[in-house]
Ligand binder design. Structure first.
Ligand code: CA
Length: 248
């Protein structure tokens, strides 16, 4: 009996100690958020498609950001030939795009990204990486570049979903990995299709305009907040975290 009482008291203390910190999660995109890599992706896409006879303006690829590589290739193929591209051709083209991307050298971390991640970590929020990418070169760099942020297995990549962004599936999977409801999570995105995915999943979705896509495009897809840069977002994040926790 005494043992039981001791246990209940301990549990009550634990509850009291943590009751003012609701469980929350940050579901964080990679390219254009953690790495200043979109300029290299768009260049690699443009060059690869040119090799296959498609002359597509480089900036157009910013609009496809968030989609899986496979989906992007199929979209462009369908537009030109009116039918699906076969799997083998898609793999060959995506492989070539990856080669070109890797040849463009070291990808820089996004300024302000570390401060953002540390703010989420310091607040005790669960963190999940949610990316349409399957580029091993960047995925392998994450734990070295941002140590102690993403626990093992806390990532959703192109290889983990049936439907990439703008489908809600990647962010629904991310919330599930965090053990949270989507409404308990904040999504951090830099692409309109990624914002669409976050909103469709039911998450509070923040857009950071780190590329050439104008603010209006993020308003059109109903981003909950829009910031002009990662340092600016990171600066305001502690306040956003406090407000979000209060609403839970
Ligand atoms: Ca992105």
């Amino acid at each position: 009996m005494a043992e039981q009482r001791k246990y209940i008291t301990f549990a009550a203390v634990m509850r009291q100690q943590y009751s003012d910190t609701p469980a929350c999660g940050a579901l964080i995109d990679m390219d254009g958020v953690l790495y200043d890599s979109m300029k290299y992706h768009t260049l690699a896409w443009h060059q690869m498609m040119l090799e296959y006879g498609f002359d597509i303006p480089r900036d157009e690829f910013y609009l496809y950001e968030g989609m899986t590589g496979k989906a992007t290739i199929n979209l462009l193929w369908q537009r030109r030939y009116g039918k699906d591209c076969d799997e083998q051709k898609i793999s060959e083209m995506y492989h070539r795009k990856t080669e070109l991307f890797n040849a463009l050298g070291r990808k820089e971390k996004m300024e302000g990204a570390a401060a953002m991640l540390e703010a989420f970590r310091d607040a005790g929020w669960r963190r999940v990486l949610v990316t349409g990418s399957s580029q091993q070169s960047l995925l392998e760099k994450i734990s070295a570049d941002y140590p102690g942020i993403f626990l093992p297995g806390m990532r959703v990549t192109a290889l983990d979903v049936n439907h990439g962004k703008p489908s809600p599936e990647p962010y629904l999977k991310g919330a599930e990995l965090a053990g949270l409801k989507p409404s308990q999570c904040i999504v951090v995105e830099n692409a309109p299709l990624g914002v669409k995915a976050g909103k469709a999943a039911g998450c509070f979705t923040v857009a950071v305009t780190t590329g050439p896509i104008p603010r209006e495009e993020f308003e059109k897809v109903n981003a909950d907040m829009i910031f002009p840069s990662m340092p600016e977002f990171a600066r305001q994040l502690p306040m956003i975290i406090a407000n979000f926790e209060e609403r839970q």
